[in-house]
Design a protein around this ligand. Sequence first.
Ligand SMILES: Cc1cc2nc3c(=O)[nH]c(=O)nc-3n(C[C@H](O)[C@H](O)[C@H](O)COP(=O)(O)OP(=O)(O)OC[C@H]3O[C@@H](n4cnc5c(N)ncnc54)[C@H](O)[C@@H]3O)c2cc1C
Length: 566
Amino acid sequence: MQISLSDKTIGFASRHTDICVIGSGVAGITAARRLLAAGHHVMLLESGGVDYAPDTASLNAGESIGDDYYPLESARLRFFGGTTAIWGGRCAELDPVDLERRHWVEHSGWPISYGELSRYYEEARQVFGLHCWQPKITDLEEAGVPVPAFDQRKLAVPVWSFDRRFNRFSLAHCLDLVHHPRCTVVTHATVTAINCRSNDRVIDNVVARSLNGNQLVVRPQMVVLAAGGLENPRILLNSRSSHQHGLGNNRDQVGRYFMEHPHARGGKITDGDAWRLLKLFGRRHDVDGQEVAPLITMSRGTQARTGSLNSSLTIVARQAESESQFWGMKAYGGLKHGIAPNRQGRALWMGVKRATTWAQRYVDPARPYLLHKMGKLELALLVRAEQAPNPLSRVTLSENRDSMGMQQIKLDWRLSDIDKHSVSSLVQTLGEEVARLGMGRVDPAAWLLDDGQRWRTDPLISAHPIGGYHHIGTTRMSGDPRHGVVDQSGRVHDTDNLYIVGSSTFPTSSWANPTLTIAALSMRTADKIAEALVRQNILGYRRKDQAAPSGVKLTTASETHVITGH
Ligand SMILES: Cc1cc2nc3c(=O)[nH]c(=O)nc-3n(C[C@H](O)[C@H](O)[C@H](O)COP(=O)(O)OP(=O)(O)OC[C@H]3O[C@@H](n4cnc5c(N)ncnc54)[C@H](O)[C@@H]3O)c2cc1C
């Protein structure tokens, strides 16, 4: 069933459940589905309603005091389904090197093996309507697309798969949750605090409020925090009833290691085989009905030899850095960033995006190739970089409060020298290979040669010039509580029943877009929770297959409301 906490009949209410999931983005929805399938009762608390609303979106506001970042209010979405309502649908698996302890990357290494993660990818891919197998560049070769014979000891050519749907996680497409006899979805329920008994390891209750002043206290056996990479640390830091520095923050780790995938122009290819390169990299391809696109990374060996991160680039036709933007691109940017992301705004933007993708599929690479030959576009290197984990790049709390009384976030995003060095190595290695294959010459971007400049964003290289809107690392996973917030299972260190899912738990960021891995890890963490519940036998008071009553009982101090779903 679905109820809205802003329903005026509620006032103050409390409720027991097995598992309380906070946030209904892909992380929360995937965990909730898995826990329901394991036989548990789930209450899913979502801050927003079923569509964008400015008053709820304003709860995302915060300060940015570090490297230039997008306005925080619009850097993620706050309604059922979360940020996937406007995402790009790029899905990619992490590479084995991403989980390794790389001696050349400080703070690298995941406390779980690649095998532990990768066994969840097959199921995670199905969450996004993809084939269960990861397409490879050889699939494109077999489909007749010519692929440069890069030396595999130097460069790798992985591929993205694309989820073509933008509404997969909207409430209308998650009716399995709404109609599930053991699931209650509560919208307009912003969690403002997670409370332990005094100085205890056990979470006692979760407090959620609506904008019109209603309050719900949930007393769960287990809590899953799934509010996104910026809100997960914010909720922990705001939860100070029993831990003065915030929940899970005894060792000052919450909010540290904030990472993005910074974007940049890495340079350009001149005198190149433009047709061949654009035919491969400048468009999406079809592999067995699945949309895919290739990109370029350094092999593990090159990363180790050059002391570099696992950064990536693609070859695209773009205006030169010095040009002023074409009106068409300006209009697209205006549409994307100027219109509220409500249902109508999203429909308009998606229509434009679908038309562009359709045109690219049937017209490209002829269009960019001709514009390149006419001197209007250059063969540019669009960098989507890995950012190294940096404890000084962090989310803390600002003195400002939102309309719920919660302290807002203060983001201090800081890039490091290795981030730029890795882009230089990638561009240089590509240059060597392009020259060896007689495919042209790579001219590195000027900022890569300028010692004084740590990073340079370029509005002409991507509609998202700063980064991918990927919020990573702020409650990182670590076997050692001194160096992270959650353990190998996703459980917050020093607590018994609080888990976190989402990219905030990633110890390192890879080049790969995070959402497929978010889904995979959410499944894994849900399995760990289910195992823990069985181990602790804390569900002994209730038969696992017992259905919830048709109405939700919300017990207040003086009375009991029974609210039926709608
Ligand atoms: C323009 C854009 C393009 C993107 N493209 C890609 C891409 O191509 N590939 C990719 O992998 N990733 C992409 N991303 C990132 C992707 O959208 C995120 O990785 C993903 O949505 C994160 O899912 P999540 O569930 O962890 O968090 P979110 O989607 O942010 O969901 C968190 C949920 O928690 C709710 N919530 C927040 N605070 C509270 C609270 N206090 N109480 C209750 N509920 C709360 C929110 O309302 C929201 O519903 C893109 C992002 C943007 C903005």
